[in-house]
Design a protein around this ligand. Structure first.
Ligand SMILES: N[C@H](CCC[C@H](N)C(=O)O)C(=O)O
Length: 259
């Protein structure tokens, strides 16, 4: 399944428990020798919410949250009959998220996720090393958002890993470059921690929208346009919660035999 092109392998661990998800995420995410994806997402039991979600990047590292993945989990559990509810709670390592499914003739066509409040924000100056003034935003997972005049000038494969592994970020960071292309319209590209360039990043879109408000570049509701598609983000003024609305798409079901 994918959310705006950010594709993961989804496993229902009620039926297929995975003992070593870190290794399987690495093995199955490979394009030529595996299935090919940005990582692995496990859907499972929770004693605190309707379901539990764990997300592993393509390098096997486990992340606190995955915005695009959470929308696809909502689609999965509804369409595969694990629930009949269209408002679902999902336990993640960054807390319990609430999903509202938009269903049309039994198919989930979009999902709104309450991503909670930004955990922290901050400004980063790199001095002579990089000509950037960036904004750090944690959505449970770390993001570094840099607004530029022309996003097409950014060599993401070159600068992405340098910033991901920058010493200032002991847990590494997801890296977003963004350009304001209209009123409350933001073009964003992402180098993800643990996966590299992806077509979209849900938590990264939230971080970008929050950073745009903090820097006075957009209002509290904006559209984030990424390589693989767009999501709408609303940072509620009263609750401070960030609401993300976007698509969730199934590509195929498959079977893989493994030891
Ligand atoms: N690479 C991220 C996890 C996936 C987040 C992203 N795919 C999303 O949709 O939020 C991290 O290590 O924090």
């Amino acid at each position: 399944m994918h959310g705006a092109g950010n594709d993961y392998i989804y496993v229902d661990t009620f039926r297929y428990p995975i003992a070593n998800p870190e290794e399987k995420a690495i093995e199955w995410s490979k394009f030529h020798t595996g299935i090919g994806s940005d990582g692995l997402i496990l859907i499972g039991y929770s004693n605190k919410a309707d379901f539990n979600m764990r997300i592993f990047n393509a390098d096997g590292s486990e992340a606190m949250m995955c915005g695009n993945g959470s929308r696809c989990v909502g689609k999965y559990v509804y369409e595969y009959g694990l629930t009949e509810k269209t408002e679902i709670t999902l336990e993640t390592l960054s807390g319990i998220k609430t999903l509202k499914l938009q269903v049309d003739k039994g198919i989930v066509i979009a999902v709104t996720v309450d991503m909670g409040s930004p955990v922290s924000t901050g400004s980063v100056l790199f001095g002579d090393e990089f000509p950037y003034q960036s904004t750090q935003v944690s959505m449970g997972n770390p993001h570094l958002v840099t607004f530029v005049e022309d996003i097409n000038q950014i060599d993401l494969p070159e600068i992405g890993p340098k910033l991901e592994h920058y010493p200032l970020f002991p847990d590494r960071t997801n890296v977003e470059f963004a350009q304001i292309i209209g009123k409350d319209k933001i073009r964003m590209r992402v180098w993800e921690r643990g996966s590299g360039i992806t077509q979209a990043c849900g938590t990264g879109a939230c971080a970008t929208a929050v950073a745009a408000v903090i820097n006075g570049l957009a209002s509290r509701k904006s559209e984030i346009i990424m390589d693989g598609g767009a999501v709408t983000i609303e940072w509620d003024e009263v609750t401070e919660h960030v609401l993300m609305t976007g698509p969730a798409t199934k590509v195929f079901d498959g079977e893989i035999t493994f030891s």
